[in-house]
Ligand binder design. Sequence first.
Ligand code: HEM
Length: 166
Amino acid sequence: MATTGLSAGGTRHWSRTGPALRVVARAPPVLECSTPMGSTLGFWLSFAATLLLLVIALVSGWRGRRRVHLVAGPLALVLLAIAIVCTEQLMRNYRFPEAALRFHLVFAKTGGLLALPVVVTGVWLWRRPAARPWHRRAVWLFLLGAVAATSTGIWLFMQGTPAPPK
Ligand code: HEM
């Protein structure tokens, strides 16, 4: 089996054992937040951008600035998803106590799921003003979940130790 180093994140293995050329590939990550040197720049950038957009979404929603809000709200959630991917990549460089990791994951998963009602009630409110109290409740629950996930995440990282080099 020959090996080529074509991709940045993964290595491709080419095998000629079958009737056709078989490619066994480990796909490179769609989004690479940290360098092999362990830089945390991608993580911090996505975290700061998410916070900024969440504040813009909150303020524009409150003030009824619908056009700004309909850009900032969805974009804040997209950036949140990117920040989560970057956090997972950063976590691979550390080892955590099993119980603490499980505890944090409960809040992290709940926090992520709470973004869904924000989207559903937001689109609903776009069509029907009667949905306003529901969007408001979904937003507060989501923000509560995000604060819980972030604080348990910081607590988890405080207990982390650098992973041994591979
Ligand atoms: C897909 C995502 C979202 C959609 C489609 C959406 C949609 C909307 C719409 C149509 C309004 C009414 C604006 C007006 O008064 O004309 C609104 C209000 C609001 N949105 Fe969103 N939104 C989304 C995400 C968010 C996010 C992420 C936040 C906060 C972090 C947020 C916070 C608010 C707040 C606080 C209001 C004002 C509610 C009130 O008047 O009591 N929204 N949203």
